[in-house]
Design a protein around this ligand. Structure first.
Ligand code: CP
Length: 304
């Protein structure tokens, strides 16, 4: 059997994404199981994490397996051993590898040399586990999610990229509202457009945040400066108009929800008023990481 990886959203096809999301809903109702009985999942983290680390750890345990946390500084990887050799060695011990790191190429290298599934837990380019969870969370609020619009406001970062691809593959329209200078990198935008075309879905950029949120079923934002980025005052000024607040939310559909992958900088990209308000699904998103990643792990490791 070919080893399946989740380096990016499109590593699954639309049918497989549907299966994982349905399975996640079942696991949310019935959290404990034995599908990972006797299995070990390595968690390699080169960046800080609260949700991803804890939800993967708890999720593996709830399915009968053992999570093995490995801070990158504790490994030989990239110091006295290549990523390729690390992949070969870990594959002799564990049943899946979850990795959070900087370069997408490192995840791709690990996957190319691993004999077990490799799951991308965030790179500078992508955050596919977050994106699957975001679609799951949207479907909880809008069972008729196909054709609805999510407007992402702020910096065109890894979360925006994976959200746009996951939306395109599940029938959700994604509008990116980012100022000039904060666009998704061209090579990733080309990929987004290609996936959307393939699936007959719409993705577009609207620089004016007031126009971008009109007709939206969800307003989504993330921090303006991703992990490892040095805050830049001109970028901060350019992003002021993209803050998700009560005024922008009032322009969206009456049933629109507010989304954020967390951690949030309250008062910067989102106000506490909307993040803690009745239309926020922010903490549902955080919880749902657990259910979706369990379904994903079970699918990749066991094929079920
Ligand atoms: N959203 C997310 O990935 O959170 P962490 O960085 O805390 O894992």
């Amino acid at each position: 059997m070919n080893v399946r990886h989740f380096r990016k959203v499109a590593d699954l096809d639309a049918r497989e994404i549907r299966y994982v999301l349905d399975e996640a809903a079942r696991l949310k109702r019935q959290p404990h199981g034995d599908v990972l009985d006797g299995k070990t999942v390595a968690l390699i983290f080169s960046k800080p994490s609260t949700r991803t680390r804890v939800s993967f750890s708890v999720g593996v345990y709830q399915l009968g397996g053992m999570p093995l946390f490995l801070g990158e500084q504790e490994l030989q990887m990239r110091k006295s051993e290549s990523i390729e050799d690390t992949a070969r060695v870990l594959s002799r011990y564990v049943d899946a590898i979850v990795i959070r790191t900087f370069a997408q190429a490192d995840v791709d290298d690990l996957a190319a040399n691993a004999g077990v599934p490799v799951i991308n837990a965030l790179t500078d380019d992508r955050h596919p586990c977050q994106a699957l969870t975001d679609i799951f969370t949207l479907e909880e609020r809008f069972p008729d999610v196909r054709g609805r619009t999510v407007t992402y406001l702020g910096d065109g970062n890894n979360v925006a990229v994976s959200l746009a691809i996951a939306g395109a593959m599940t029938g959700v329209q994604v509008c990116l509202s980012v100022p000039e200078g904060c666009d998704v990198p061209a090579r990733l935008w080309d990929e987004i457009v290609s996936v959307a075309k393939q699936h007959g879905t719409r993705v577009w950029v609207e620089r004016d945040p007031a126009l971008a949120v009109a007709g939206a079923s969800a307003l989504y934002t993330d921090v303006w400066f991703s992990m490892g980025q040095v805050p830049d005052e001109s970028k901060r000024r350019a992003l002021q108009a993209y803050r998700v607040d009560a005024t922008l939310l009032a322009r969206a559909l009456p049933e629109a929800v507010v989304m954020h992958c967390l951690p949030a900088h309250r008062g910067e990209e989102i106000t506490s008023e909307v993040m803690d308000g009745p239309r926020s699904v922010v903490f549902d998103q955080a919880e749902n990481r657990l259910h979706v990643q369990k379904a994903l792990l079970a699918y990749l490791i066991r094929g079920s």
